[in-house]
Design a protein around this ligand. Structure first.
Ligand code: AKB
Length: 336
């Protein structure tokens, strides 16, 4: 039996991950979220803790379980974090630190390394100008790490915190010399789900545009037509988390991995949306702050380390994401 904790279980990735994990045998799932879980999610979960990940009382409740792996998805996304930087720091940094300490305690108690899967983001990159962004091309994990947002700063720090705790602190303080914490991070692009719409992110214009068109609603895109960042279909995001979790430790040459799928401009997304929904009404009303955030993120990622170390390859390029995942499912969602 594998005991798995999912924080932020009610969020977009949480929904898809829970559905996928629940079909696997011998899994005890503990879900943490601020909000109650809907009936559809609750039936996949063995223990539901409702509360804030940065609350020590909540962590104390979770600590009672001998957890084998943690998918720490709870976070304030980029636009929400700009509006509430202190709250973002509390959830994104203090919440992560509390869970890392808990993982270390559990690993020490059980004598087994707790796997800690951390979704990081392309928000860790910080391009100073469009020229720098265009010249950078597909960035590796180690360049342009000067984020301009609270969220990006929180995430790049927690990547390093997790790596440090895992490589040094986790081992040195365990009397048996055993490894007690196994931290692994993925830098996610903007994720697009057919069944849920994100809130509080800055890559939200792509899913918002698609879901608006599917409902016959007009959409004013909050970035310029030429804005370009990497995106990925949600099933590939979940696959990446599970594949990284399953990779043998000895194959991993780094703690943090880029993963890529496709990198369209907002206009290229709009063209695809209009070909699927010919009556879609899409206009552009760039929001200065949100546009600046998207301009600061990379236009593409180099994910060759993930491909080499744990066999990462996306199932969905843009064509397949639209034709075989988004369009068939989204039409059903709104028809229902
Ligand atoms: C956001 O827009 O904040 C997120 C992200 C790219 O990490 N979707």
């Amino acid at each position: 039996m594998i005991t798995t904790l999912i924080t932020g279980a009610n969020g977009e990735i949480g929904h898809s991950l829970l559905e996928t994990l629940s079909s696997q045998p011998d899994r005890k799932i503990i879900a943490l979220d601020l909000a109650p879980l809907g009936d559809a999610l609750a039936r996949h979960v063995h223990v539901h803790v409702q509360g804030d990940v940065s609350d020590p009382n909540v962590v104390a409740q979770l600590d009672q379980h001998d957890i084998d792996e943690i998918y720490h998805l709870a976070a304030l996304l980029s636009t929400s974090s700009e509006k509430n930087p202190e709250g973002a720091h509390n959830v994104n940094v203090n919440g992560t630190m509390g869970l890392l300490m808990m993982a270390r305690r559990i690993g020490t108690r059980t004598g087994k390394a707790v796997k800690f899967l951390f979704p990081s983001t392309i928000a860790v990159y910080g391009m100073k100008s469009i020229e720098e962004k265009n010249n950078a091309g597909a960035v590796t994990e180690f360049e342009h790490l000067q984020p301009t947002t609270m969220y990006g700063i929180n995430k790049v720090y927690c990547e390093q915190l997790g790596a440090y705790m895992s490589d040094r602190f986790g081992q040195l303080t365990d009397e048996r010399g055993a490894k007690v914490l196994d931290f692994r991070a993925l830098r996610f692009p903007g994720l697009i789900s057919a069944t849920t719409v994100p809130t509080g992110g800055t890559s939200d214009y792509a899913p918002e545009m698609i879901h608006a068109a599917a409902q016959g609603k007009a959409y004013a895109c909050f970035v310029r037509p030429d804005a370009r960042i990497p995106f990925m279909a949600m099933p590939d995001g979940v696959k990446a988390l599970l594949d990284l979790a399953a990779a043998p430790m000895e194959n991993l040459t780094q703690r943090v991995y880029n993963i890529g799928a496709f990198s369209p401009s907002a206009e290229e997304i709009a063209v695809k949306v209009k070909s699927a929904f010919p009556s879609a009404e899409i206009t552009y009303a760039p929001h200065p702050q949100r546009q600046a955030i998207v301009d600061s993120w990379c236009g593409d990622v180099n994910d060759s380390a993930a491909r080499r170390d744990w066999g990462w390859t996306p199932d969905f390029d843009m064509e397949r994401a639209f034709n075989e995942y988004l369009m068939p499912i989204i039409s059903q969602v709104y028809a229902g």
